[in-house]
Design a protein around this ligand. Structure first.
Ligand code: BF8
Ligand code: SF4
Length: 646
């Protein structure tokens, strides 16, 4: 067990060693205990969707090539892929639906602790959704917006309204390909139906539906989650925060909020500022109440309030092992069951709050939107009461300043200013070549890789090549921990063109754009770039790409597929995508799909090679746009030099 192989984050390395010394298991140890992992599963060629199985295809062509029903490797791999995408979509979109429900309740005055904060965004959204705004109160408008948003998840007919934000040629491609997304629930249900035994058995047709269900997320459920969260909690604008386990305080009551929905974390953040509770904390000998986040809910809090981040996915157990956490409150997604065991070794109270996500043996406090702040206060009080039970602590020192809060609106504002907010300067600088292109470095941290290594290495390699990087999810936190969201660190690492633009505009070369649902901000920004002009007609024309080499969750596959179906190149690590068991599926996902939808997948595990691959792709797109032409230097021979008139 070499902590340096497990993580590239110094604080994590320290805590991994500390856990090993204390005999406490974590995800890396459990991964070791799982070795060797199933090769069939890794290749995507095992099927257990009916009870004539489980069936598996021999990848060496020596054994069975068909399941009992006759399904071949192509069908099985494609079905597994579709199911992964659909599951990822259901996660983001169920999050989106919860936000829509709270939003509607807030507008109706039934969730008194939630108030719409960004009315400018509300009016914009209302206009987009065709809601009358004249002579109406914000709440009246909000009720209509909330009802329309909620209906997007389950409406019986019609297609996703958010998809109308895409450039027209993109919408035409979706229509031609038959992948314009309908209601989210319908696409998810159809995914499960199609991938069941004896239904869709044409791998291309199965993957086509993977595009449709993914688009229902990217241009539907997840996009709505972001939009409504912005109205409810405020659209993020750049602000400073701190990232890594050094944000945990030895002199304060520490509360970690972990999961995804700001519905919970926003309330805990608010409760932690309550005067009465602060006085109670003082009474038990603490110097304050310190709220910090892990995973995507942390990104949401940093983006909007500058609340510190204690770490990303693989940090969750390490954070508890500091012994300094009085309470970890979790909601949904990416919450390891292993937390329960780690928490038992310390005084930490682990509490689940979402009725759809309980952990056996762990205390549950139901978070009801009608009494959200009271529930949050109850949780904070539990933490304060628990302070006295704290034993010895081991808190790593590492933390880094980060600038977060790069929403679509804030990027537009930074680029153009209040009176002429515009993407023009960005387009111009892509056209003149100072910025070569834009890449989203997104997603998770996977114990199969050295934590954070690929995200941070890739980001450094890309900005060095004058490529602007937008980060979301755990990749944002990975970059933040290594100072890459701190302009004074990252500007030094950027290529001269990118650096010049960033210095002029006042943005870092690595823009922290938020959580995983906030990948939709990137879609909106790219659509605006197309609309601004000079860089083609469609998203597929843009010099852009998305990349996640440390993915773990089905959500990441869903995101990847909606970027591909929106016309982007998406790069994942080789053995993570679990499709290599079918040559035909690979050929289609890595090549053929580009003809249909303009985007494609690629696999590469090495961040240096991935940077190279992405750079090449970006230059190819620039060539096709004709924006590389004037830049090409002509090399003259002596004869030609002499003929030059100087
Ligand atoms: O939704 S990046 S490990 S926390 S799945 Fe999970 Fe992946 Fe982190 Fe955020 Ni997204
Ligand atoms: Fe086997 Fe076919 Fe059933 Fe899958 S659907 S488990 S391949 S019989």
């Amino acid at each position: 067990m070499d902590p340096k192989k497990r993580s590239s984050d110094k604080a994590a390395q320290e805590m991994i060693q500390h856990m090993a010394d204390s005999g406490i298991e974590n995800a890396w140890d459990r991964l070791e205990a799982q070795q060797p992992q199933c090769g069939f599963g890794n290749l995507g060629i095992c099927c257990r969707i009916c009870s004539m199985g489980p069936c598996r295809i021999d990848p060496f062509a020596e054994g069975a090539q068909l399941g009992v029903c006759g399904a071949d490797a192509d069908t099985i791999v494609a079905r597994n892929f579709l199911r992964a995408v659909a599951a990822g979509v259901s996660a983001h979109s169920d999050h989106g639906r919860t936000v829509a429900e709270v939003f509607l309740a807030a507008a109706r005055g039934e969730a008194k602790d939630y108030k719409m904060k960004d009315l400018t965004k509300l009016y914009k959204l209302a206009e987009e959704l065709g809601v009358e705004t004249k002579d109406r109160t914000a709440n009246e408008i909000g009720v209509d917006v909330g009802k329309i948003a909620l209906a997007e998840f389950g409406k019986p007919e019609g297609t996703q309204l958010m998809a109308l934000r895409a450039p027209k040629p993109r919408q035409a491609i979706w229509k031609k390909q038959g992948v314009t997304p309908r209601a989210v629930d319908r696409e998810v249900t159809e995914s499960l139906h199609r991938s069941g035994m004896g239904v869709d058995q044409d791998y291309k047709n199965i993957i086509k539906h993977a595009s449709r269900v993914a688009l229902a997320d990217g241009w539907g459920g997840a996009m709505l989650a972001t939009e409504l969260q912005d109205v409810l909690f405020g659209t993020p604008y750049p602000g400073r925060g701190e990232i890594n386990m050094g944000v945990i305080r030895d002199d304060a009551v520490n509360i970690i909020v972990h999961g995804h929905e700001p519905i919970l974390s926003e309330m805990i953040a608010a409760a932690s500022m309550d005067e009465e509770l602060l006085a109670e904390a003082k009474k038990v000998g603490a110097k304050g109440i310190n709220v910090a986040g892990t995973c995507c809910t942390a990104n949401e809090l940093l983006m909007r309030h500058g609340i510190p981040i204690a770490g990303n996915f693989l940090n969750q157990e390490l954070v508890i092992a500091t012994g300094a956490i009085e309470l970890m409150a979790v909601d949904v997604q990416c919450i390891m069951q292993g937390l329960a065991e780690v928490a038992k070794c310390f005084h930490t109270k682990l509490i689940t709050t979402a009725d759809k996500a309980k952990i056996h043996g762990v205390e549950h406090v139901s978070m009801d939107e009608s009494s959200a702040l009271d529930t949050a206060k109850k949780l904070v009080r539990t933490a304060i009461d628990n302070f006295k039970n704290r034993g010895p602590v081991h808190i790593p020192k590492e933390k880094q300043y980060a600038v977060g809060g790069f929403s679509f609106e804030s990027i537009k504002y930074m680029l153009g200013g209040r009176f002429r907010a515009s993407f023009r300067p960005l387009n111009d600088n892509i056209i003149n070549g100072r910025i070569r292109g834009i890449v989203g470095v997104v997603g998770c941290t996977n114990p199969k890789m050295t934590q954070d290594f690929t995200h941070t290495t890739l980001t450094r390699e890309l900005i060095k090549r004058d490529i602007l990087v937008l980060t979301t999810g755990c990749a944002t936190i990975a970059c933040g921990k290594q100072g890459l969201n701190n302009p004074s660190v990252s500007l030094e690492l950027a290529g001269p063109g990118l650096r010049e633009v960033c210095e002029t505009v006042g943005i870092p070369p690595v823009l922290a754009c938020g959580s995983c649902v906030d990948n939709t901000r990137i879609l909106v920004a790219c659509s605006e770039i197309v609309r601004e002009g000079g860089l083609g007609e469609d998203l597929a024309d843009l010099p852009i790409a998305g990349v996640c080499l440390e993915s773990i969750h089905e959500k990441a596959v869903a995101i990847g597929q909606y970027f591909v179906a929106s016309g982007a190149l998406v790069v994942f690590a080789e053995d993570i995508l679990q499709v290599l068991g079918s040559k035909n599926v690979c050929e289609y996902l890595f090549n053929g799909i580009e003809k249909d939808l303009g985007g494609r997948w690629a696999t590469e595990s090495d961040p240096y090679k991935a940077a190279e691959l992405i750079h090449k792709h970006i230059e190819k797109k620039r060539d096709a746009l004709g924006i590389n032409e004037e830049k090409e230097r002509k090399l003259y021979d002596m004869e030609e030099r002499r003929s030059l008139v100087v």
